[in-house]
Design a protein around this ligand. Sequence first.
Ligand SMILES: Cc1ncc(COP(=O)(O)O)c(C=O)c1O
Length: 401
Amino acid sequence: MSHEKQPHQHSAHPHPAAPLTPYGNRPMVTPIVHAVNYEYLNFEVLRQITDGEVDGYTYHRDDNPTVRAVEKGIAALEHAEDCVVCTSGMAACTMVYLTYLRAGGHLLLFHDIYGAHYKVSLILERLGVEVTWVDAADWQELPKHIRPHTQMIFLETPSNPLCKTVDIAAIRKMADRVDARVVVDNTFATPYHQHPLELGAHLVVHSATKALGGHNDLMAGAIAGSKEDYDKLWFTRQAIGSTLDAYSASLLERGLKTFPLRAERMAENALAVAKHLARCPGISNLRYPGLKNDEGHRIAARQMKRGFGGIMAFDVGRTQEDAKRFISALKTIRHAVSLGSTESLICIPFLTTMLYMPPERRTAFGVRPNSVRLSVGVEPLGDLLADIDQALKAPRKGLRP
Ligand SMILES: Cc1ncc(COP(=O)(O)O)c(C=O)c1O
C-alpha cells in the first residue's frame, strides 16, 4: 500500500536522514518506530497512500520508517536504485525465487552457495520449478546447462564455503541469451569490495545478519536492485509478511555506520592470515581470492576492489578429528557459524552450514570432512596469528600434513 513514490537519491553515505522532530531538528539516529499501525488523518489521505500518491505508513507488514531508512542505506552501498529489507538472508533469497520464478521454469544454482538453498530448492521443485546444480569451478560450462526456459541463475562469489570466484559479467552474457535473471549473493564479498549490479547482475541479495550488521546480534536479509524490482519484491514481502522488525532495523542501521571500517580491517587481517596459513604445516587446499596463486585471483582482482573480503577456507590435517582438535585449541578465534562479524569465527561446514545437504552432495564440489571456513574479524592481527600458531602446535602430534 504505502510505496514511496519519490525517486531514489544516491548518497555517498549509507546514513539516511532521520525524520524531523516536531521542533524541526533531526535526531542523530533514525527513531525506532515499533507501531504496527498508523492513524489515518482522513479518508482522502488513506486514498492517497493506497494509490501511492504520497509517502505514508499504514501497517508494519507494508512498510516501516525505521526499516525504510536502512533500505536506503543499503541501496546506497550497493549502488542500487532501491532495496527491500526482510527478516533473514534466506527470507531474501526465497522472496527472490517466489517473485521471479514460475512453474515450468528452470533455476540454475551453484553447489557452492549457502546450504539452506538445497532445502528451498526442494520446495521450488514441489511448485514445478526445475532446478539444476553446477559446480562454481565449472562456471564456464554453464551454457551447457542453460535451457530456453531458464529463468534465473543464482550465484555467490566468492562462494560459500570454498571461496571460489565466478565471473559475474560473463554469467550475465550467458543469461542474456535466454533472458534469464542473474542474482548474486554478495554476503561474502560485501559492497565494500564488490558491486554486482555494476558487473551485470540484475539483483543483489544479502544475509545482512553478516557483515552489514556485523555484531552477531541481529538477523536480516536485503535485496537491492532497480526501482521496478523494488516494487515487485515489496509486493512479495507485503504478501507473505517477511518485513523486518524496527528494532533489528535500527541495529542494522547502527552496523552500517561502521561497516566500511570493519570491512577494510577484516580484509587486511584476512589477507595477512591467509599468507600466514599458506606457510603453516598441516594446512592444505587454502582458498582465499586475495592470494596470487588462488584459482580465482585473476577474476577476483578484476571484480573486487580494496581487498578480497574476510573469509577463507582450508583443510586441517587429514581427518575431521585433526580439524576438530585445531578448532578446539583456538582461543581468540571462536567456534561458531555465521561470518562477517567483529569476532573471528571458524566452523567445519561439513558439520554445520552444509548439514542441510545429503552427505554425498557435501563432498561433490570439493568440501572435505576436514575443511574449515574461517571468517576473520577485526581483532589485532598479532592475536589472530598467535592463536593459529598455538592451536596448530597443540595438536601437532595428531596433525598429519
Ligand atoms: C552467503 C550466505 N547467504 C545467505 C545466508 C542465509 O542468511 P540468514 O542466516 O540471515 O538467513 C547465509 C547464512 O550463513 C550465507 O552465508
